[in-house]
Design a protein around this ligand. Structure first.
Ligand SMILES: [Ca+2]
Length: 482
């Protein structure tokens, strides 16, 4: 077999899977064991600081596919469906002779103009998708299925793979719903994780030394998990703190059980590829559309530019080309995935793509390009459930600067109240959990000003613009349209 054979690609993306719930990431709380996901890292690379451009399901998916930021691909929020005529790494691979297929969560709109394009075959979960008996949306109409979504999507993907013969390389995107809320496990996993799970050290965070948005967010495990998440009544007589810990247990138990099914799915994928004799020439990628809070800062969910939410797990193996057992701590991103896969397939990327191929960094190319800083922007200003304010910012290896430009407009929990913009600055070296903003600390003035300058440069390079607050007249107009 030639070294120049174009690789197959099997890309497993999950939804809201935080890296502390993947055992190869070495979580101090030892939450679970994921031996099959871990195998990808052992046979390839574990990226320890893979950052998303916008920590939300649909925007991350659009960024991964198109290799562009939200302001370029248009998918800024959950309510901005994709224009799926945009070129993606999948459509470019398809044009270059790959056979391509998509199974699972799309969540970027349905119907003409929004359905997947560039795939020889696709079937997507209807909208957000369900864990049990999911309704599938396909090019031949909707199909009602019976079964557990993680298993069923794996069945369908591997059945499609078994029909692929001949010389064309293939690319499968198996993008699960799991472990997204409301975390419904398969009955075979219902007895896992019954022992008490320790709470993270920031669980009781009171958000002192942070800007207003951390205080205003409504994604606290203690206060904001719903009955559909908890699925059973708590024991009677618990005080507030005891109830919070009980809710955390319920949350984590089901979250980890759902991940047990994903790890089994990955094992089946690995076996299927090996049985086809394609182990060495297949790129296996495991990632999640963003990180997730697993009780850190007392939260569930994502959205914030804080590390737990900003960092996605990302593992990649390609035995033919990528040396095994690597750990990469450089700043990489979901915006890099498209160019990396195109590079691997020797297909040129297109000018609008805004990331970089990660292959040089992981194949031993001397002086491979790395980032000095990374730009982030979260737009979902008017979310009615979590109330995380819109913001943008920059992170380097050591520092993170965040600008909350929210001014009250569109904030469901603050009505028409105006808030001033606020900043946060964290020194991740001495404060890795981001508990103390040093934005107003005189010792950090130099760092602060340098980061602001670099953030504006990056914003401009990427074609984004600073937020402009509406004038009082514009403000009245916006309010009047409600
Ligand atoms: Ca997600």
């Amino acid at each position: 077999m030639s070294n120049n054979k174009r690789p197959n690609i099997l890309f497993v993306l999950t939804d809201d899977h935080a890296s502390p719930a993947i055992s190869c990431y070495g979580n101090q709380l030892h939450l679970n064991n994921t031996p099959n996901i871990d195998r990808i890292a052992a046979e390839g690379v574990r990226f320890d600081r893979a950052l998303v451009t916008n920590s939300l399901c649909a925007p991350s998916r659009a960024t991964i596919l198109t290799g562009t930021y939200s302001h370029v691909n248009g998918v800024t929020t959950l309510d901005t469906p994709i224009d799926s005529s945009q070129p993606t790494f999948a459509s470019l691979l398809h044009d270059a002779g790959y056979t391509t297929a998509f199974f699972g969560k799309w969540h970027m709109g349905h119907g003409a103009g929004h359905d997947p394009q560039g795939f020889d075959y696709w079937e997507v979960l209807h909208d957000q998708g369900t864990y049990i008996d999911p309704l599938l949306h396909t090019s031949n109409g909707d199909v009602q299925t019976e079964g557990y979504a993680t298993d069923l999507l794996t069945d369908h993907a591997l059945a499609w793979l078994s029909q692929q013969h001949g010389d064309k390389p293939w690319c499968i995107l198996l993008w699960h719903k799991a472990p997204h809320r409301p975390w419904v496990p398969h009955p075979r996993h219902i007895n896992l994780y019954n022992d008490p799970i320790p709470v993270p050290e920031t669980f009781w965070d009171d958000y002192s030394d942070r800007a207003t948005p951390a205080h205003k967010a409504t994604m606290r495990i203690a206060d904001d998990l719903a009955d559909v998440d908890l699925k059973e009544d708590p024991p009677e007589g618990l005080n507030y703190e005891q109830l919070a810990v009980w809710k955390y247990q319920r949350y984590l138990q089901d979250y980890l059980r759902v991940i047990a099914a994903i790890d089994e799915s990955v094992e089946r994928c690995e076996q299927a590829v090996s049985e086809r004799g394609e182990h060495d020439d297949t790129i296996m990628i495991y990632g999640s559309d963003q990180g997730f809070f697993l009780g850190e800062h007392g939260w569930f969910d994502k959205r914030f530019m804080y590390e737990e939410s900003l960092r996605m797990p990302l593992l990649l193996s390609w035995p033919r080309r990528v040396p095994a057992g690597q750990v990469v701590s450089n700043l990489v991103s979901n915006v890099d995935i498209a160019q990396t896969l195109l590079d691997a397939a020797d297909v040129p990327c297109i000018d609008r793509m805004q990331g970089m191929s990660l292959l040089p960094q992981i194949t031993g190319v001397p002086d491979a390009q790395v980032r000095d800083a990374f730009y982030y922007r979260y737009y979902e200003h008017d979310d009615h459930m979590h109330h995380v304010w819109a913001h943008y910012g920059i992170t380097t290896e050591r520092y993170k600067l965040i600008y909350y430009y929210a001014d009250g407009l569109g904030l469901a929990n603050t009505s028409d109240v105006t808030y001033p913009p606020e900043w946060e600055l964290f020194d991740l070296k001495i404060d890795p959990h981001e508990m103390h903003s040093v934005y107003n600390d005189p010792r950090y003035v130099g760092v602060r000003d340098a980061l602001k300058k670099r953030m504006l440069e990056l914003q401009q390079e990427l074609g984004d613009k600073p937020y402009e607050r509406p004038t009082p007249a514009q403000r009245q107009e916006i309010i009047g349209k409600r």
